[in-house]
Structures are given as structure tokens and as C-alpha cells.
Design a protein around this ligand. Structure first.
Ligand SMILES: [Zn+2]
Length: 344
């Protein structure tokens, strides 16, 4: 089969690799129908974070082709989506819903695992990791809307849950990448009444408005904080969804959140700012976040995606075939595409 292989900074190549085979009773083999390129793949592509050369990609959906003898929850022929982390679904952490901290957590593309950007994937711990998509006559049309369940939609939702977005909340989303845009959609779904989106890119702001942003803040840093303050009677917002992870974005988060409000953080902490404990204490600010327990959220979000109530497929602004995946990386690197859909 063919799979995208990461070969160091700026180099992605599609190579012939051996077809995956069942190795453990809990494995399944999935033939990929859709996969995509993640903003976090760019950390490695840009050489900002180290990664071993090898298969890449952690978002995919497809058809189950084969199952190991221990697999109970999925069957051959099922249409499935997989979260960006492999988890068993049975350990104490999974049982309480923090599947990203699973005791048996594994990553796509590491430790002898296949990755999502290929024709087929061996899925370890298939019972905890694969989620069956019920099919109806419209499933084919909404397929690209289901793929974000593997990462960006669950991650945006996680930011909103961590910040306790609810009915009538005022929200500031920092970050206009796919995760930030999904955080807008998730906030709307949870009942936010006013959603500010920080964006200086008109194309991204347009998608954000489509997803429910009521105000676009075309500024960063102190100017963004001032604009949010002016529009909230100098109060600040109830909830800040931090989807960037830089020192500047954290400054903005602290500046824009109201006293007693919450910051939900899902931006990979690329620059780790000093945590201003005294500011957090005296202003009663809540901070929570981390990698989304996508496997925990998929069952809750999938029905709304299937019904069409939650459709974030507009984050995919470019589609390439697997053989052209390098062009997709280039486009995302150069910010010509928000997120690239890949069809094997
Ligand atoms: Zn677990």
C-alpha cells in the first residue's frame, strides 16, 4: 500500500510500504476513505519540534476490512472514525472520560504503528479506538463533516468544555486555525450568546462567522484585549478559548477574561509562559486544558454531525489525493489552506 512518510523538515514523500496485518487479537485493519493534514503536523514539517522519520497523520476515517478475534465493538464493513490517540476505553482513566490519559495510550505513527495518511491502517485497541458511524442515504455527502471528529472538532469542543461555555456565555476564541474555528462552532452549540473570534485573515474570519462568531476582532495582543473590553462594558468575557499556545496568546487570554471567568486551553504550549499564580488567585480565574479526550467526546458529538446541526467541513479549503499530499503540506505551511482533506 501507499503511505505518506515524513523524512525530516519540509519533506513528505508517498512510499510503497507493506500492507498492515493483524498483530494482536484487539487489532482491526481499516481502509482509509478520508484523512487530512493537521496544524500540529506542521510543527514537525516546519522543523519546530523533533520527530522520527516515518509514517505521519493522526486523523482518518474508513471502512473496517479485517478484525482480530478479540474485537467486539466493530465489524468488517463498518464505517468508522478514529480519534487522534489510541486508547483502550476500559482503564480507570478511560472510564472517567480522560481517554487522552489512557494507561495504554499509543500514538499513530510511533512504536511500530501505522499512521493516518495512508491507504490502510492497523488500529490497535480497536474496541476503544474506533467509533462506528451509522450509515444512511446521506452519509456519503456528509463524510467530510465526520472526519473532524478525529481531532479538531473534539479539540475545539474540549476548549469550550474546559472554559465552561454554557447558555448565554460570552466567549473569546484565540486562534483562527481549524481548531479555533471548531471552538467557535462548539461554543455556539453549547449556547454561547456572543462569540468573539480573533482573526486577521478575512477568509478564516468568514468561516468563523459561518460557524457562529458574532464579532471578529481584527487585532492581536493589547489592541485585541481593548476591543473585547469595549464590547463587553469593560468586563471582559466569561470564557477564553486559547487555541494557539504562544506567550502572546496567553497574555491576550489573561487580559480578555473577566474576573471569575475561565480559560480553556488547547493550543500546544509552544512557548510556555510563566503562570501568573497571583493574578489567577486574586482575579479568581480558572484555567483548564490539555489534549482533548476525543474518544470520550465522539459519541456525544457524532449525532449532531450526522443530523447536520454541527457541520465544520468548511475548515477543509483544499482537497488533494494521497499522491499529492506534499502539495497539501506546502499549502498549509504557506497558509493558503486552512486544512487539507486527503483522499487515498
Ligand atoms: Zn484507557
Amino acid at each position: 500500500m501507499k503511505a505518506a512518510i515524513f523524512l525530516g523538515k519540509g519533506k513528505i514523500e508517498v512510499q510503497d510500504v507493506p500492507d498492515p496485518a493483524i498483530q494482536n487479537p484487539g487489532d482491526a485493519i481499516v481502509k482509509v476513505t478520508y484523512t487530512c493534514i493537521c496544524g500540529s503536523d506542521l510543527w514537525w514539517y516546519r522543523g519546530l519540534l523533533p520527530r522520527e522519520n516515518g509514517p505521519i497523520g493522526h486523523e482518518f476515517m474508513g471502512i473496517v476490512e479485517e478484525i482480530g478475534e478479540g474485537v467486539k465493538n466493530v465489524n468488517v464493513g463498518d464505517l468508522v472514525v478514529a480519534p487522534f490517540l489510541i486508547s483502550d476505553g476500559t482503564c480507570p482513566e478511560c472510564q472517567v472520560g480522560i481517554t487522552s490519559s489512557c494507561r495504554n495510550v499509543q500514538r499513530w505513527g510511533s512504536e511500530g504503528n501505522d499512521a493516518g495518511q495512508g491507504e490502510k491502517v492497523r488500529v490497535p485497541l480497536a474496541d476503544g479506538t474506533l467509533f462506528v458511524i451509522p450509515r444512511n442515504d446521506k452519509t456519503g455527502q456528509i463524510m467530510p463533516a465526520l472526519l473532524p471528529l478525529s481531532d479538531v472538532l473534539c479539540t475545539g469542543h474540549h476548549a469550550a468544555i474546559c472554559a465552561e461555555v454554557g447558555n448565554g456565555s460570552t466567549v473569546l476564541v484565540i486562534g483562527d486555525g481549524a481548531v479555533g474555528l471548531c471552538a467557535v462552532a462548539a461554543s455556539k452549540r453549547l449556547g454561547a450568546s456572543r462569540i468573539f473570534l480573533g482573526s486577521t485573515h478575512p477568509d478564516r474570519a468568514e468561516v468563523g462567522k459561518k460557524f457562529g462568531a458574532t464579532d471578529v476582532i481584527e487585532a492581536r495582543g493589547e489592541e485585541a484585549i481593548q476591543q473585547v473590553k469595549v464590547k463587553t462594558d469593560n468586563l471582559g468575557v466569561d470564557c477564553v478559548l486559547e487555541c494557539v499556545g504562544t506567550a502572546e496568546s496567553w497574555e491576550t487570554a489573561f487580559g480578555a477574561v473577566r474576573d471569575g471567568g475561565n480559560i480553556g486551553a488547547v493550543g500546544l504550549p509552544y512557548e510556555i509562559p510563566d503562570i501568573p499564580i497571583s493574578k489567577i488567585f486574586w482575579r479568581n480565574i480558572g484555567i483548564k486544558g490539555g489534549p482533548a479526550p476525543a474518544a470520550h467526546y465522539i459519541p456525544e458529538l457524532m449525532p449532531d454531525v450526522i443530523s447536520g446541526k454541527l457541520n465544520v467541513s468548511a475548515v477543509f479549503t483544499m482537497t488533494v489525493s494521497l499522491s499529492d499530499i506534499a502539495k497539501g503540506y506546502e499549502a498549509m505551511d504557506q497558509r493558503r489552506a486552512i486544512k487539507v482533506l486527503v483522499r487515498p
